[in-house]
Design a protein around this ligand. Sequence first.
Ligand SMILES: Cc1ncc(COP(=O)(O)O)c(C=O)c1O
Length: 370
Amino acid sequence: MRVPLLDLRAQHRAIREEIDQAMARVVEAQAFVLGEEVRLFEEVIAARLGALHAIGVASGSDALLLSLVASGVGPGDEVVTTPFTFFATAGAIARLGARPVFVDIEPASWNLDPARVLAAIGPRTRAIVPVHLYGRVARMEPWLDEARARGVAVVEDAAQAIDARRGGRAAGTIGTFGCLSFFPSKNLGAFGDGGMVLTNDPDKATRVRRLRTHGGEKMYRHDEVGMNSRLDAIQAAVLRAKLPYLEGWTEARRGIADRYRALLAEAGISDFVRPAEDDPEGRHVYHQFTIRAVRRDELRASLESAGIGTAVYYPVPLHLQPCFAHLGYHEGDFPQAERACREVLSLPISPTLTPEQQGYVVERIRAFYA
Ligand SMILES: Cc1ncc(COP(=O)(O)O)c(C=O)c1O
């Protein structure tokens, strides 16, 4: 049996007609960049997630960059974030000449440890970038008020967490800015790159809109130097057609996660494998279903040879990346993040995963440790 990590073709087969119509509409209109399609998509995402403003941009990476620019981050500033994330989180900070200040994660959620965030806020801190890794919203309550009181911006990296919730609020609508990615493998995926900035602040929304079109709202008038980071109309049309399905896909992911936990418990391998916990205080959307595994790389190779796709997100913590050597971090600085890099393995989590496929995945894991 073959079990891919993510089966986008199965998803597409189920909704092909609607997607074809959406794409044909854009081709017919011959209006490919921003415009009505993007405006309509921004409107439905804002309403759906409970944000006052949603601004479509070229990628999740750009959403981070533009949010940080609009937060006033620049050379000499410090931005607190996690070393256990995709590179883009810290890349955006460094691109602006600011310094990523890493703090360790908490082991149960793999997200920023709130006590360490509080301790890391200093006079140069301009922003904090919590990442809602794997689709679980980071605990921000312990430091959110302090950040606000000190005028420190909060840029949520919600690239993996669309429609995840905490305290009834959607990921990306809790801080100053929220950043979404529509990379094809994300829970809501485009047919290429795409991203979005969420904010409830009208002035900040205006600033991001301006920044995405070279810093000008009117043609050939540039109030500041921005960049070209626009969402394509085709992507907006595809995403708007997919959006009504997101809730069903998310619930399917949540059901698959529950079933993984039940099957792994039955398999009697708790000495070797610890599955992701559900969020007791919010809604985890399981962009990934991740386990901690003893002999992780051997397990991964064994599953691979059994036709089962898995992934390691992420094998190297950002404080040990060559491009950040000048920051002066060393191995041992963030033990929880480093341990996670050695232990994590993400299992197949397509909303279309069948019970047979899932049973097979767990059976092969059990057999590996038998
Ligand atoms: C945590 C995180 N941040 C940022 C990004 C960047 O998003 P994009 O690939 O759309 O630039 C991604 C996804 O790739 C991500 O997983």
